[in-house]
Design a protein around this ligand. Structure first.
Ligand code: 4AD
Ligand code: MG
Length: 501
C-alpha cells in the first residue's frame, strides 16, 4: 500500500525531499511571521518551521489557529538538523488544519495522578506513556518470538470458566445462563490439557482477579503468559523462565534505548540481568529475610534516604530564594523542578514510614507463611539480578502443585523475583500427576469436584510429569521501565477503584 503521507520515524530516508506529515500539535512557539510547530504522529516528534512569506494565506492561518492537540497535515522539505528532536525538521510549504482542538485539559504544567488517570484516554499521548507503551509492545513481541522460535504452540484459554484456579477469594463471579461462571484467574488448567495434545504451549491473554486491596503490584485485569510443558520438571522450568527473561530484557535494551531514556531508566540493573539467576529455596529465603544482613541494609537505606531528604530541602530553599528575581523561563524551570522535588520527597517520606514496618514484619516472619510484598522487596535487595525462589510450604500454594518427594511439607513451586525491590513477576512449578492426590487436594481446598472432572481426565489418560509458569506482563514492564506503580503499563488499567475511562 502506498500512503499519501510520511511517518516521522522515516524522515531519515527522506532528507531533502518534500513530504507530508500528519499528526497532532504537541507544542507551538512563534514570533513575527514565524511559527515552530512540534508535530507528534506516534512514531516520533518533528519540528515544522512555518514562514509567513513561504506559505499561502490559508496555510499561515492554519498554523496561526492551531491549538495544542489540533490535528494537522504539514507538507514541506526535510532538512537534517542535529539540534532538533529526532534530528530532522520540516520547512513547511503548506499547512492544513484537519481539526482544531478545544482547549486541551492536559497542559505542560504538572497534574496529580488522579487527574491524569481520569484523562487516561488523552494522557496516553504524552511522551512518557508513549515510551512505556512501546516497551510493552517490545516485551510482547519478545515473548512470542522466544516461544515460537522453540516450537511452542500459542493457545487461547477460555476467559469464561466454571472453575477457580488460584483460590476462591479473588473470583469475579457472574451469572452464566443460570449457572455460575467466573472470569478466568489463569489459563493454566486448560493449558495443561493443551500441553498433553501439543507438547509445549503458551497462553497469552487477559486474566482477572478481584483484588480488593490497593497495592502498586495488583490490577484486577492483567495479561499473563503461561507456558505449559509436558515432560518438564521443576529445574527445566526454572531454566526456561530464566532464558525467557534474559531474552526479554536484552531485546528491550537493544531496541528501546530512546524509550528507556525518556523514562530516565538506569539501565545498569537491566544489563546485569543475565543468567544464571541465583536460586534459593523458600527456607533459605526466609533465613536471608531474617538475617543481620537485612537489618543492616534497612538501616543503611534509612540513612541514605534521610541524607537525600536533607539535600532536596536545601535545594528547594535555594530555588525559593532565587524565584523573585528569576526570568520567566527560569521560573518555569524552577516550578518544574519543584514538582519533581515534591514527588521525590513524598516518595522518600513513604519509604521512611514503611521501612521500619517492613523490618518488623521481616523479624516476625514465621516459616510457613507466604511472603508479602515488603518481604519480597527486602529479599531482592540482597541480589543484583533476578532470583528464583523454589520449594514453598504447600499450605499456601495452589491445589495443583506437586509435592517435593524429599519433603512432603513442600510444594514444587517457584517464583522469579525481579531485582530492585520489584518482587514476583513469575509464579509456577511442577504439577501433581497422581489422580488420587489431586482428588484429595480439590476436596481439601474446598473446591467443587464437579467442575474438575475434565481436569482429572488428564491424570487418567497418559498422565506425565509436566510443569509451567505464569509471567505477569504488567509487572515485567513495570520493572523494565523502572516505574513505581503497575497502573501506567497497561493502556486502560482496571483496579479496585477504577473502571473509567
Ligand atoms: O503466581 P500466580 O498467581 O500464578 C498463576 O496464576 C499460575 N496459574 C501460573 C502458572 O503456573 N501457569 O500469577 C502469575 C503471575 C505473577 O507472578 C504476577 O506476575 C502476575 O501473574 N499477577 C498479577 N499481575 C498483576 N496484577 C495481579 N493482580 C496479579 N496477580 C498475579
Ligand atoms: Mg504467585
Amino acid at each position: 500500500m502506498t500512503l499519501d503521507h510520511t511517518y516521522i520515524d522515516a524522515l531519515a530516508s527522506n532528507e531533502s525531499k518534500t513530504v507530508t506529515l500528519k499528526g497532532w500539535l504537541q507544542n507551538k512557539r512563534g514570533s513575527k511571521g514565524l511559527y515552530f510547530l512540534i508535530l507528534r504522529d506516534g512514531t516520533g516528534l518533528c519540528q515544522c518551521v512555518v514562514n509567513e512569506g513561504e506559505v499561502d494565506a490559508a496555510s499561515w492561518a492554519a498554523a496561526a489557529n492551531a491549538t495544542q492537540e489540533s490535528a494537522l497535515a504539514v507538507t514541506g522539505l526535510v532538512r537534517a538538523d542535529e539540534r532538533q528532536v529526532g534530528g530532522y525538521e520540516v520547512q513547511a510549504t503548506a499547512v492544513e488544519l484537519i481539526h482544531k482542538a478545544e482547549e486541551y485539559p492536559i497542559t505542560p504544567k504538572e497534574h496529580g495522578i488522579d487527574f491524569l488517570m481520569n484523562h487516561r484516554h488523552l494522557w496516553l499521548r504524552s511522551r512518557r506513556q508513549w515510551a512505556i507503551m512501546r516497551v510493552r509492545n517490545r516485551v510482547i513481541m519478545s515473548i512470542h518470538e522466544f516461544f515460537q522460535e522453540q516450537g511452542f504452540i500459542q493457545m487461547d484459554a477460555p476467559i469464561l470458566t466454571g472453575n477457580a484456579v488460584e483460590g476462591t477469594s479473588t473470583l469475579f463471579e457472574m451469572d452464566y445462563f443460570d449457572t455460575k461462571a467466573y472470569l478466568t484467574q489463569s489459563g493454566q488448567l486448560h493449558g495443561e490439557a493443551m500441553a498433553m495434545a501439543m507438547g509445549r504451549i503458551y497462553t497469552f491473554g487477559p486474566t482477572f482477579r478481584a483484588e480488593k486491596s490497593k497495592t502498586r503490584r495488583h490490577l484486577t485485569e492483567f495479561w499473563m503468559i503461561e507456558p505449559e510443558m509436558a515432560f518438564y520438571d521443576l529445574d527445566m522450568t526454572m531454566q526456561l523462565a530464566e532464558e525467557m527473561l534474559v531474552r526479554i530484557v536484552a531485546d528491550a535494551l537493544r531496541d528501546c534505548k530512546a524509550e528507556l531514556e525518556v523514562l530516565e531508566r538506569d539501565t545498569a540493573p537491566l544489563e546485569r540481568a543475565t543468567g544464571p539467576f541465583p536460586r534459593l529455596t523458600y527456607t533459605e529465603a526466609v533465613d536471608l529475610l531474617k538475617s543481620d544482613g537485612t537489618r543492616r541494609m534497612v538501616t543503611d537505606k534509612i540513612a541514605a534516604l534521610r541524607d537525600e531528604e536533607a539535600a532536596l530541602a536545601t535545594e528547594r530553599e535555594t530555588n525559593k530564594a532565587r524565584y523573585g528575581q528569576a526570568k520567566k523561563w527560569e521560573k518555569r524551570k524552577i516550578d518544574a523542578r519543584e514538582i519533581e522535588i515534591q514527588t521525590r520527597l513524598t516518595d522518600i517520606e513513604e519509604q521512611l514510614r514503611n521501612l521500619p514496618k517492613w523490618q518488623e514484619s521481616a523479624d516476625n516472619f514465621e516459616w510457613g507463611s507466604d511472603f508479602g510484598g515488603s518481604d519480597e522487596t527486602l529479599i531482592t535487595w540482597h541480589f543484583d539480578r533476578p532470583i528464583i525462589v523454589h520449594r514453598f510450604p504447600q499450605e499456601f500454594k495452589a491445589f495443583y502443585m506437586k509435592r517435593d518427594p524429599e519433603d512432603d511439607r513442600l510444594a514444587l513451586g517457584m517464583d522469579v523475583l525481579a531485582p530492585e525491590g520489584y518482587g514476583e513477576i513469575v509464579g509456577g512449578g511442577e504439577r501433581a500427576t497422581d489422580l488420587a492426590f489431586l482428588e484429595r487436594q480439590v476436596k481439601e481446598h474446598g473446591l467443587p469436584e464437579k467442575v474438575f472432572t475434565w481436569y482429572f481426565d488428564l491424570r487418567r489418560y497418559g498422565s506425565v510429569p509436566h510443569s509451567g509458569y505464569g509471567l505477569g506482563l504488567e509487572r515485567t514492564v513495570t520493572w523494565i521501565c523502572g516505574l513505581h506503580h503497575l497502573r501506567e503499563t497497561i493502556p486502560f488499567p482496571r483496579t479496585l477503584d477504577r473502571l473509567y475511562p
